[in-house]
Design a protein around this ligand. Sequence first.
Ligand code: DLL
Length: 433
Amino acid sequence: MKNYFQPEIETMPVEELKALQSERLVEQVKYVYEHVKFYRDKMDAAGVKPEDIKGIEDLYKLPFIEKDDLRDQYPYGLLGVPLSNCVRIQSTSGTTGRRVVAFYTQNDIDIWEECCARAIVAAGGTKDDVVHVCYGYGLFTGGPGLNGGSHKVGCLTLPMSSGNTERQLQFMEDLGSTIICCTPSYAANLGETIKAKGLKDKIKLKAGIFGAEPWTEEMRHNIENTLGIKAYDIYGLTEISGPGVSYECEAQAGMHIAEDHFVPEIINPKTGEVLPEGEVGELVFSCITKKAFPLLRYRTRDLCYLTREACPCGRTHIRMHKPMGRSDDMMVVKGVNVWPSQIEAVLLNQGYDANYQIVVDRVGNNDTIEVQVEMTPEMAASDVPVADREKKVVAGLKSMLGIKVDVKVIEPMTITRSEGKAVRVVDKRNLYR
Ligand code: DLL
């Protein structure tokens, strides 16, 4: 017996789903044209009228929205309802440029929380579960989103927020948390502490719902082994609502996009051309039900591909493959494209945990790249010389990336542990830009 939070929607036949999307899109385009000057101007400039959009097959006619548009329209320029109809804001961390502030009506929040509830049920959650939420609460969407989803499923919800690992473990043990929600890097951090303190037998976790940052399959296996759980991926972004835009089911083979609310496209990031299913490109979303912050054709900068192949779980909603990172996470080092996730895969395959940092710099006209990775306590206790370990990692990275990377294998517990999104890359070249 399969479990769904909203079976009639999650398993809707694809043709019906597409018809629903078309109907909602047509309505939404009219809505934003009438209510948001930004869209009216943008559509007028592109020569597109609401009546030109007759269904999802016409989506390509609409202009894209980019992060810079959101920054230019900060704070109220994209509001689709009067401010008095909004009940909440959430915001991105805003490490570069202005923050993005997203607004929600009560109905927008209900939709968002339903998507998070779908994710919890897809990870095996029921009303009997104890859901331990250690994503940050506050402006970040992780905590509030999963908290709301957990309430909707009827789980006992522990609103832990991030940090204070000792207290997390105490509650986990005392209250018997069964599902944990946090970033994969924090899950790895918790796993490490549980192992070091010998607490594994006292912890009742069965599943984890991890997202908000890129993570590799190697990291999934590591977390599943150290915590003794099944690790599910969850994806989302503040601009589109928050976590739950897509989520994994028991097949763990890509994340089902909540297509009744968000229509995905994959485009060539250079030309904007829409790519066929299965090709890797930039993910673009159109929100077809959200009213306060109604983004259409929003370019996420996340790179992945989509598949509508039948899923054994019975859900019909299209799946997106794990994003390899944002197009802006990709580093060009010595002229070669390097993704932090490629480096992570090599390290974890050689038995390291995900405690590493990548430092990129420029000396004269040459790029330099150094990977610092901690030994596990077992490695530190063995008598394999550090120089041999370093040589092996250098060789692994050379074969993955095609370039020589400097490697420093360092003592355990020397890299700062992450409580939220991990900072994997220090690119000192940015200082000179
Ligand atoms: O990270 C929302 C979220 C919270 C998702 C909790 C999942 C769990 P932002 O802070 O706006 O929102 O960051 C969104 O994070 O565009 C991706 O680049 C990245 N990201 C989110 N989930 C994943 C994932 C939240 N599962 C940005 N895998 C997105 C890879 C992810 N990257």
